[in-house]
Write a protein that binds this ligand. Structure first.
Ligand SMILES: Cc1ncc(COP(=O)(O)O)c(C=O)c1O
Ligand SMILES: [Zn+2]
Length: 386
């Protein structure tokens, strides 16, 4: 294994990887897993060419992931999703769709939970808890079941019904809260010590982001190690965006890609757009968004602990942040469905709607290569169509 230690994303303090860790013990900010890339660079069996023939899952990048080499991952076949060339959508741009709805439990949340549950189990956790807007709960329930661990999931009462039923049928303990995901997180923080739960909240443990970073490795590999001009990513807690950026830096250190980075665009809902507001007003962190509401439940995150990391990435990459109205999102579901044959989640649909406005305002030019992440399946959101 090439994981050496954990490092605080804010104050840089080192932490040991070999015990269960949540936030930085000094400043309460997220920790990143640090991989010994210099050692990996020298390794003959970990080159771009040596990936060919490996299993079609995120574990093909095993060397840059945590988990000792002799420990079997908790896996349901996550990752290895298709990158599809858009047939009709996105006039005059070279548009690609990374379809994450083909993961176990039908969303990209499987990537993060596969790695985080594998590590939590290895480090001795027995009871796992997470707040969820829906899809993360389903993924945690599935991987906990697979690992033989208990899952305690706290979801807002208005979470799509499919997510709630899914968690229960996967054997999780589900608690519905009258409030938002932040209220669910607060409830876990209040009870976890007494109950003996390990907190698996987004960026409050270090390994979900490691699973999510495989989005970046996979995209680079599928694009023959040439990253696109722009990436549109539906942003709630931000692990996908943050994970991909980490992957790009790691791949540059490995000598797999050059310094060029895509412009990263964070797409949010107009009813809950803390990152868009903070980006536009030049803030380094994002204030809690009041009265958060949107049908895209994954985007209903009024305050994210990784806000300062996301804002840094959006600015460094010369990208931006853009909000989309719910009606435009829902309209985009049918447009994408009928033109591309994909029943996308409203979060994914938001990116297609955002692409139109980025084109109209000239922030994406003719002929540019653009990647949209469809992070989940529309089938979990039937409540939106009643
Ligand atoms: C379908 C979907 N897309 C996007 C998001 C936001 O993801 P992230 O927390 O990585 O920003 C979520 C989170 O729940 C989701 O379920
Ligand atoms: Zn710190």
């Amino acid at each position: 294994m090439f994981l050496t230690h954990l490092e605080c994303t804010s104050c840089g303090l080192r932490h040991d990887w070999s015990r269960l860790q949540n936030l930085c013990t000094k400043c309460q900010k997220p920790l990143f897993a640090i991989i010994d890339l210099a050692a990996l660079r020298k390794l003959d069996c970990f080159k771009q060419s040596s990936l060919q023939g490996r299993e079609k899952s995120l574990w093909r990048y095993r060397e840059v992931l945590p988990l000792p080499a002799n420990v079997e991952p908790v896996s349901l076949g996550e990752g290895g999703t298709p990158l599809l060339h858009a047939k009709k959508f996105g006039e005059n741009v070279d548009l690609w769709i990374k379809d994450e709805s083909l993961n176990p439990t039908q969303s990209f949340k499987a990537r993060g939970m596969a790695v985080a549950v594998s590590m939590a189990k290895h480090l001795g956790a027995i009871n796992l808890a997470a707040p969820s807007a829906g899809n993360a709960g389903g993924a945690l329930a599935a991987y906990a079941a697979r690992a033989g661990l208990e899952a305690h999931i706290f979801m807002p009462r208005d979470t799509p019904r499919a997510n709630i039923v899914e968690c229960r049928e996967l054997g999780a303990h589900v608690t519905l809260i009258d409030g938002l995901i932040t209220d669910c997180g607060a409830e876990i923080a209040r009870r976890k010590d007494a109950e003996g739960w390990f907190d698996m909240s987004t960026l409050k443990e270090p390994y979900r982001v490691e699973g999510k970073k495989t989005l970046g490795y996979e995209l680079a590999e599928q694009m023959n190690w040439q990253l696109p001009d722009a990436i549109l990513y539906p942003t709630g807690g931000g692990t996908g965006l943050i994970g991909m950026w980490k992957a790009f830096d790691e791949m540059e250190t490995l000598g797999w890609i050059d310094r060029k980075r895509p412009r990263m665009f964070s797409v949010q809902a107009s009813g809950c757009a803390p990152i868009v507001r903070a980006f536009e007003s030049g803030q380094k962190t994002a204030a809690e968004f009041p009265n958060a509401h949107t049908v895209a439940s994954g985007l209903r995150v009024p305050k994210a602990i990784g806000d300062f990391i996301m804002l840094r990435i959006l600015r460094q990459s010369n990208g931006g942040a853009i909000a989309v109205d719910d009606e435009d999102m829902v309209r985009a579901v049918r447009e994408v469905g009928s033109s591309e044959g994909l029943f996308v989640a409203p979060e994914g649909a938001a990116c297609f709607a955002a692409l139109k406005s980025l084109r109209a305002t000239g922030r994406i030019d003719n002929g540019e290569r653009v990647v949209i992440f469809n992070t989940g399946s529309g089938i979990k959101y039937l409540d939106c169509y009643e």
